[in-house]
Design a protein around this ligand. Structure first.
Ligand SMILES: [Zn+2]
Length: 105
């Protein structure tokens, strides 16, 4: 079994899931760890989770590059319905499922 290294620690669960999906689309296997995973994904308070993303040592560098690219290309946006701030990689508001507004970019 390959050694694993932590890629991101202390992120919130929704963001971690987004990153995981994007990294896995790039062929990078990601493992989620953290206290937040012990509960359900139903109604977690935002910003309160302690989630860690772990990747294989050989993929750590490329995963880091992918994450950096993500930060640059995905500015946050604010939902026009509930005014929640969403990560740029989300197409729908995570809170109320409204479509992403064009007014804020
Ligand atoms: Zn919303």
């Amino acid at each position: 079994m390959e050694e694993r290294k932590v890629l991101v620690a202390g992120g919130n669960l929704l963001q971690a899931h987004t990153w995981k999906g994007l990294l896995e689309a790039c062929g990078i296997h990601v493992e989620l760890r953290g206290e937040a995973l012990l509960g359900g994904i139903g109604e977690l308070p935002t910003g309160m989770q302690n989630v860690e993303l772990w990747v294989g040592e050989s993929q750590h560098a490329s995963a880091q590059v992918q994450l950096n690219a993500l930060d640059v290309e995905s500015p946050q946006w604010q939902c026009v319905q509930c005014h929640e701030t969403n990560e740029g990689s989300f197409e729908l508001c995570w809170q109320c499922s409204s479509e992403r507004s064009e007014s804020h970019n």
